[in-house]
Design a protein around this ligand. Structure first.
Ligand code: AMP
Length: 230
């Protein structure tokens, strides 16, 4: 099974992607993770990409497109993949589609998590990380997972541990930049979503497009997703 997953930062895309990856045992290919690994290892690719990533800009297509297409040719992708973070513009979408058809590889599903931009921003800014356990979700704007209070301070609702927020989650300019790229229907990520929706229409529903309401809670979204992935 070969799948693309789209959703703005703050939509729960990473969480849903991890659920799909586990359930279907496909290889999770995340463009951002590949870039960060290359930067950490100090490779040529990492050096080239770093300046763009640090500014929150997209890495140019002539670096990104071959990197992803080569990654999909590796052995662990033979039994299926879930591609996350790519494509992020119309050119990348076209290049991916061409490479897949040239190689005779079928794209089965395109998942899109829909979420209003203002809600996505609130989601990001309200996230809190439990310093004892990263799997203890806390969110100041979501009642079901609101942090607890101790001595006038917010603490983890599960274990009472200290909470912190990621610096880039509190930077409104960084969030705006990421969302400007995502929600741009002409040159951004939504342009690639539109590309695959049109392809699906022309192609008798292949790939299958799965739209999910990102305002629901994690389990509701994943239940809906599992039903539609059958
Ligand atoms: P992410 O972890 O997906 O937010 O990606 C982190 C950074 O890597 C982005 O802000 C971009 O600079 C770069 N990046 C990731 N995916 C792509 C892509 N498909 N095209 C261009 N740059 C990308």
């Amino acid at each position: 099974m070969n799948v693309l997953i789209f959703g703005p930062n703050g939509s729960g895309k990473g969480t849903q992607g991890a659920i799909v990856q586990k359930k279907y045992n496909v290889t999770h290919v995340e463009s951002g993770v590949i870039f960060r690994d290359n930067i950490k290892k100090g490779t040529e690719l990492g050096k080239k990409a770093k300046a763009y990533i640090d500014k929150g800009d997209l890495v140019p297509d002539d670096i990104t497109i071959p990197m992803i297409l080569n990654r999909l040719k590796e052995n662990d992708c033979k039994n299926g993949w879930l591609l996350d973070g790519f494509p992020r513009n119309g050119e990348q979408a076209k290049a991916l589609n061409k490479a897949l058809s040239d190689a005779g590889i079928k794209l089965d599903f395109v998942i899109e998590i829909l979420l209003d931009r203002e809600i996505a921003k609130q989601r990001i800014m309200g996230r809190r990380i439990c310093e004892k356990d990263g799997n203890h979700p806390n969110h100041v704007f979501i009642d079901a997972i609101k942090p607890a209070e101790k001595d006038g301070k917010q603490v983890c609702r599960v274990c009472g541990g200290a909470l912190s927020a990621r610096a880039d989650d509190q930077d409104e300019n960084a969030i705006k930049k990421r969302h400007d790229i995502y929600y741009d229907e002409k040159n951004g990520t939504l342009a690639s979503v539109i590309f695959f929706k049109e392809l699906s229409k022309k192609n008798n529903g292949v790939p299958v497009i799965i739209e999910l309401d990102g305002t629901a809670d994690i389990k509701t979204v994943s239940d809906e997703l599992m039903k539609k992935l059958q």
